[in-house]
Design a protein around this ligand. Structure first.
Ligand code: GLA
Length: 629
């Protein structure tokens, strides 16, 4: 008994230390692989689907080198779905469809190997990427049933996905074959239920879906995470130097928009892009409000580029520029998805646009933040490493549209001149004071960099540097653990602001200068142009710029909140020490000032602690004007 007590205490204490609401005093994001700036390259899927050959891939790779796209940063050449022949049952080794990849043919009776292919790619100064699935089977086997290039043989031979073979396959891909990048899809978890024709017909083994698109309740979030955790572990063994990239392809399901950053270098936020304008805009929308989840080494992925295809082809260069501009401002991975051997100089020129690509690749890694949005127009602002801002004006509609860009959008002083530079024209574009009007063509996006005097005499708003924030707890997980509240929340969706949007399933995370659900920040009718809106029961980690002295914010329960019963207290921690806090506060209570001395502090943690459950809905809280000076 004497020995047991301290042990029980220890267990209790360590459980407390692990509680995601408690501060840890150290930056918790551990990068998976390495991508200090958004990954760039080319992938076979949008161009060829499963109709790929080694020759087609190499032809595009050659253009990447010859056209200067490689020097512009596009270096990863990724083979998507369609490369495999079967899994050998004797030892589980994957065999390549050598008819399509002739260099993989090592001669009769011998193994196949993609090493000659990656050697060739590496000799061109490029990186090589490959595709697989976290389940037993791939997407093509479910969705490209008529293709002659699908894996062959028995059930077991056609189970080419990672499930049950993680270590072996990772060793093969990253060790023996020397790939640098792996995209891991999730159709094996979602598309092999017994109701699917390819399963009902007996062609594939049933896998009771653990990912159900559109239904977070029927999806197994923890189980899916576990599979990707196993993959991460296997990768760490084969590539201890962390010199790889891992693309998590779960199409925004299973709440991956929130946890993707802990399991991948990049993670898909939406269903597949397509060469139509509306689909591209949809994909953009799925990352445009996820600014606090991206940063150096972790990137929201709205999917590969369609530039050169369909609505973004030679007759639609304006749309092609819009597409790249949008991907640039939200720091999205830039994976070219067109057959480059057929791409015109105009398309190549757009892809290369140095000042547009520079906005995307800015080393600070801050994703652009919405500064203005209505159903037709958006303005996004991205803080650059040198203190300038990149600003994108996007006309979503099919008609011309007028825009007013203000100093306030840029968080710049309204009485001082602001100099604009056109990122496409690569030319100065005049300066303005206070505001400037623009008229945009249908579907046009203008992209500028802006230099001016910051609205704060010193320091910055936390919402301007989202790449310095790690969402350690978004306030949603707690609700998951409370079945009553969770059920209420899962069926709840917001219709504020005109549109309907699920309150859960990867939404409802913290937002810069907005509540999690798109309303303006306000505490008992005191409005805040700047700040962070987040659900209660949350903890945000914020890296502090060296030399900073002070944190300040006005905090309280936001006027938009649904949860009106429980109270929330606010805490600011610095490097693991409590610096400031408030007493519990309720809806309709005036904002309270919270400030903390930051001298010598590297990391602050902003905790909104909820006291008691609230079945009336999630509680939205506001860190009004949160700034570091
Ligand atoms: C899924 C992915 C696509 C592509 C295909 C391949 O649909 O989302 O990007 O990889 O599978 O079959």
């Amino acid at each position: 008994m004497k020995r047991l007590l301290p042990l029980a205490l220890l267990v209790a204490l360590s459980a407390q230390a692990q509680s995601p609401l408690e501060p840890t005093g150290r930056w918790q994001h551990q990068p998976v692989g390495s991508a200090p700036t958004p990954p760039m390259g080319w992938s076979s899927w949008n161009a060829f689907r499963v109709d790929i050959t080694e020759q087609k891939v190499l032809a595009s790779a050659q253009v990447i080198v010859d056209s200067g796209l490689a020097s512009a940063g596009y270096r990863s050449i990724n083979v998507d779905d369609g490369w495999w022949l079967k899994r050998r049952t004797s030892d589980g080794r994957l065999l390549v469809r050598t008819g399509l990849f002739p260099s993989a043919d090592l001669g009769a009776g011998k193994d196949s190997s993609l090493r000659p292919f990656t050697d060739r790619i590496h000799a061109m100064g490029l990186k090589a990427g490959l595709y697989t699935d976290i389940g037993r089977n791939a997407c093509s086997q479910a969705y490209d049933a008529d293709s002659p290039n699908l894996p062959e043989g028995t059930h077991a031979e056609r189970e080419v996905g990672l499930m049950g073979f993680v270590e072996q396959d990772v060793k093969l891909f990253f060790g023996e074959w020397n790939f640098d990048y792996l995209k891991v899809d999730g159709c094996g978890l979602s598309s092999y239920g017994r109701d699917r024709p390819h399963v009902a017909s007996g062609q594939y083994r049933e896998y009771i879906p653990t990912i159900v698109e559109g239904s977070i309740n029927q999806s197994d979030i923890e189980g899916t995470k576990k599979l990707y955790a196993g993959l991460k572990q296997a990768l760490n063994k084969v590539r201890p130097a962390n010199d790889y990239m891992l693309s998590v392809c779960l199409w925004g399901t299973v709440n991956v928009r929130s946890w993707g950053q802990d399991y991948g270098t990049l993670w898909r936020s939406s269903r597949d892009i397509w060469k139509g304008f509306a689909q591209m805009v949809h994909n953009f929308d799925t990352v445009a409000t996820r600014e606090f989840y991206a940063g150096p080494g972790r990137w929201n992925d709205p999917d590969m580029l369609e530039i050169g295809n369909g609505d973004f082809g030679d007759n639609h260069l304006l749309e092609a520029r819009t597409h790249l501009g949008l991907w640039a401002i939200v720091s999205a991975p830039l994976m070219i998805g067109t057959d480059l051997s057929k791409a015109s100089p105009a398309i190549l020129g757009i892809l290369k646009a140095p000042e547009v690509v520079a906005v995307n690749q800015d080393p600070a890694g801050h994703q652009g933040v919405l500064a203005y949005a209505d159903s037709d127009r958006q303005i996004l602002v991205k803080t650059l490493a040198d203190g300038r801002k990149a600003v994108l004006l996007f006309n979503r509609t099919g008609s011309p549209a007028k825009f007013t860009l203000t100093a306030e959008h840029l968080k710049m002083d309204a009485a001082s001149p602001i100099a604009l530079r056109d990122a496409w024209a690569r030319a100065e574009a005049g300066s303005f004071t206070g505001k400037r009007e623009f008229e945009l063509k249908p579907r046009e996006a203008l992209l500028f960099t802006a230099a001016g005097k910051h609205v704060l005499p010193r320091g910055y708003f936390v919402s301007e540097r989202p790449g310095n924030v790690y969402v350690a707890r978004d306030g949603i997980r707690a609700l998951e653990q409370d079945p009553v509240v969770y059920r209420a929340l899962a069926s709840w969706s917001t219709t504020d602001n005109g549109g309907t949007r699920p309150a859960y399933a990867g939404w409802g995370g913290p937002r810069a200068d907005s509540t999690p659900y798109d309303q303006a920040l306000s505490i008992q009718r005191e409005a805040f142009r700047h700040g962070i809106g987040v659900l209660a029961d949350s903890r945000l980690q914020v890296q502090v710029a060296p030399g900073s002295q002070r944190f300040a914010a006005k905090v309280g329960v936001d006027d938009s909140t649904r949860g009106k019963a429980a109270a929330v207290s606010f805490e600011v921690w610095g490097d693991g020490r409590r610096l400031a806090s408030t007493a519990p506060m309720k809806f309709n209570q005036a904002a309270r000032e919270l400030s903390a001395d930051l001298r010598g502090v590297k990391l602050i943690e902003l905790i909104a602690r909820q006291h008691g459950a609230d079945t009336t809905g999630p509680i939205v809280v506001t860190w009004g004007g949160a700034r570091i000076e």
